[in-house]
Design a protein around this ligand. Structure first.
Ligand code: FAD
Length: 382
């Protein structure tokens, strides 16, 4: 296809910013509309998961956009899982045979900002404070609303939906065509806490690991940040016993941690503030039969296939989507052909990773401290 046409991206999160960079570098005229303000001026207000596990899949995509060096300068290597069994000593389970097979902890806000800079440098035009509010697909006109509620109508050639799990573009497409949407809540939520640096400014626990405190039906994990802090995430059922609902106040939350995460609690001196300030996030899997509306709109990233975070692959998978769509838009004969090829290529991959992410929750919270299971896994690797 001629890459001089105008493309409209909805959402400047992780997928939107990377896609804008890739497409603008190829010569497309790219506009990006993001409902939030510019994080480079206003500070990042991402609202969820402070840091993310970046794997080779995602790194490969960042390389295509020339972003590897910038991102890796702020990444912390995680060479394996550091498992903290109830009452036992921590043990490291390596991801691979050596440090050539590792994953990386990256800060969501900084990553997003680096990618927005790259998108602009490549020639994309970013419009902040612009929420997609509706689409007239017949007239090929999209309606955006700013923070004051003032609307703005815009003609488009095609819409690329990177507006996340609660996608407004997906809702607009669903009014035109059956997307076969299935939304499967996990029934578990998460809350984030922080391990600060030690008194001497160093790390309080092993820096180069993804820490897991498995407790059967629930768990805590912790990922390192470059400031020598760790972001701790408690994953717990929303209802039942134990659950977030069964922890109605700070005293109950503290007592729960003292009993079940006795080794982690002393690492979190601001537990009370963190618990009170950070809301409980929910988790779900989203599956769609259809990712595009002929050549007029396509969905990617969480807008097409939100997943639970236990394989640490939602962002990585979204980045792979961007690379694939960028390539197919250049290769295909028209938008509809590109979007159909994109769906055929990426949907089976996304669905496989979604299934693995659900399975990995059980492994992380229940089996990483099971000696028989670990022995079996070692034998399979030999
Ligand atoms: P988002 O990052 O959600 O971006 C969507 C953007 O669209 C946002 O900027 C939003 O403001 C904007 N937007 C929304 N609606 C509109 C609208 N109507 N108009 C305009 N703009 C709009 N993935 C990993 O790979 N590794 C991990 O370790 C990992 N950990 C996670 C931990 C947790 C607790 C959670 C919840 C997720 C985790 N993920 C992880 C998944 C990862 O966060 C997502 O897969 C990733 O953010 C998807 O990127 P996206 O750009 O599709 O969506």
């Amino acid at each position: 296809m001629k890459t001089s046409q105008r493309l409209t991206i909805v959402g400047a999160g992780l997928a939107g910013a990377l896609l804008a960079t890739l497409l603008a570098r190829r010569g497309w005229q790219v506009d990006v509309f993001e409902k939030r303000g510019d994080p480079r001026r206003l500070g990042y207000e991402g609202g969820r998961s402070i840091n993310l596990a970046l794997a080779e899949r995602g790194l490969h995509a960042l390389r295509q956009a020339g972003l590897e060096d910038t991102v890796m300068a702020q990444a912390v290597m995680m060479r394996g899982r550091m498992v903290h069994p109830q009452g036992g000593a921590p043990m490291l389970q390596r991801y691979g045979r050596d440090d050539s097979e590792v994953i990386w902890s990256v800060h969501r806000g900084r990553l997003n900002i680096a990618m927005l800079d790259a998108a602009e440098a490549a020639g994309a035009v970013l419009h902040f404070g612009q929420r997609l509010d509706g689409v007239d697909f017949g007239a090929r006109r999209a309606r955006f609303v700013d923070d004051a509620g003032d609307p703005r109508e815009l003609d488009f050639t095609t819409l690329l939906g990177c507006d996340g799990a609660g996608s407004g573009l997906r809702a607009a497409m669903a009014a035109e065509v059956e997307l076969g949407e299935r939304f499967e809540p996990l029934g578990h939520g998460y809350r984030e806490l922080e391990i600060p640096p030690a008194a001497d400014g160093g790390w309080r626990i092993e820096a180069n690991a993804l820490h897991i405190w498995p407790r059967g039906g629930y768990m805590c994990i912790a990922l390192p940040n470059t400031e020598r802090t760790f972001t701790v995430t408690l994953f717990l059922p929303l209802d039942g016993e134990p659950s977030f609902a069964a922890l109605p106040d700070l005293a109950a939350a503290r007592a729960f941690f003292a009993a079940d995460f006795a080794d982690a609690l002393p690492l979190i001196p601001d537990f009370d503030t963190d618990w009170t300030a950070h809301p409980v996030g929910s988790l779900a899997t989203l599956r769609l039969d259809r990712w595009h509306l002929d050549g007029r709109a396509v969905l990617l990233g969480d807008a097409a296939h939100a997943m639970v975070p236990f394989h640490g692959q939602g962002m990585n998978c979204a980045f792979e989507d961007c690379v694939a769509l960028d390539r197919l838009l250049a290769e295909a004969d028209g938008f509809e052909a590109a979007f159909a090829a994109f769906t055929a290529e990426r949907r089976p991959n996304a669905e496989a990773i979604q299934a693995m992410a659900l399975e990995n929750y059980v492994e992380m919270r229940d089996r990483v401290d099971d000696a028989d299971f670990l022995l079996q896994r070692e034998l399979e690797r030999v």
